[in-house]
Design a protein around this ligand. Sequence first.
Ligand code: KIV
Ligand code: ZN
Length: 514
Amino acid sequence: MSLIKIFDTTLRDGEQSPGVNLNKQEKLEIARQLERFGVDRMEAGFPASSKGDFEAVKAIADTIKNTSVIALARAVKSDIDIAWDALKGAEKPAIHVFLATSPIHMTYKLKKTPEEVMETAVSMVTYAKERFSEVEWSAEDATRSDWNFLAQIIEKVIDAGATVINLPDTVGYTTPKEYGELFRFIRETVPNIDQVALSCHCHNDLGLAVANSIAAVENGATQVEGTINGIGERAGNVSLEELAVAFKIRSDFYSFETGLKLNEIKRTSDLVSKLTGMYVQANKAIVGRNAFAHESGIHQDGVLKNAETYEIITPEMVGVSSNNLFLGKHSGRHAFKDRVKEFGIEFTEDELKQAFDQFKKLTDHKKEVTDDDLYTIAMEVKTDSSAVSKYQLENFQVQYGTENVPTATVILKTPAGDVVENSCSAPGSVEALYQTIDSLVEEDVKLVDYQLNSVGGGKDALAESHVQLVVNGETVNGRGSAQDVLQASASAFLNAVNRYIIKVKTIEKKELVK
Ligand code: KIV
Ligand code: ZN
């Protein structure tokens, strides 16, 4: 079995998904979980793109000790310098320098000749190598580049000190056969290729990202780049969990394995989905809600007789557990703390107090508090950036009756500390609530998307709401959870407005790469 290295870019390419804007705490929590999941490298962000990204990458670099932390940089000195500033505290820092090599990118985006691109790539890899012992170089849009040009530039950047060469399918255009052949060609043509790791990076525009990545590995790639749940720019990146499970389940056929701990898949997927607000579609392979559900009578009957009739993956393998341990009204602080610790979450005394108070409030209404509920509470507390003053929901009331027009009354505390109140009526309860909050916040707000889900099953399940707003022209996501659907909805709305405020206060003007 050959060990394939896993390069996770959930926090960089994944965070480029429209509307996703993770704060530093959220990124740190995801980074910790990626470390537990066993990724070999995590791309923590693009430090030169914004102050917020710089700080998040720095915090991750200073915290994560068992996984190499990598930062993205354009092929310009200032990006490389900023990346070094963010990463110098890391145990295993690495840089990822990219430059486009396709005719369309070189002509229209870079406005450079192939010779100029070659010279920039070599000089910037040389420059990066003065600081970093690990330098990955990416030929952006490799799959639409001239193969002979690729071979020449790769040979030169390896001579300049690159340790990893990545051939991204930036626009998700390639096919398994073609991508496999590209890797084979590069392996066979570039004389010094054996000195480096060869990496693939697939986008999923044609739904081929997993197949393309596997084809690359079969033809000499030793590293796969991707994200959790396949999130990312446009149709996203390759889903790492799908790739890893495919290698495991078809180990009779593939001679590749990864170092990922497969039983951490579910938790990692849930965390990323919760914090990014990007729900996983029910029928998604490996992590979708229906991935292990059997609907037809014939299938159910077969599974009861022998699970392997219709089940090729056990839920347990990927960390989906059926025997949830419940906590309840009588569970003490110790039991609560221990349970949360099993998720890998360490609380400070203050966080523990806040989380335990929320747990106790929940047990007033809910008999059995599940792991999912606990995880939701723990993450709310862990990822709250309470240092910045923002809007706080003091109180609200919604009157609804089948014969009445719903009316909401909301009392808010503003970031300036004023307490403001208003009431509005609208055809729906959530609409009335949102109109009222909208009338009280100073920012110009438009609701783009609203979602409501239950955390687990049962009539008394926690409600979790995700919204996408455009606040003063910027797209932001927000989330909120509560026992009551309206409270969860109000919290999600305010959470999005507050994220905008935090972003502005920390001058997070994010300029996305592509
Ligand atoms: O898809 C891509 O080309 C990228 C590069 C920055 C590596 O994400
Ligand atoms: Zn990408």
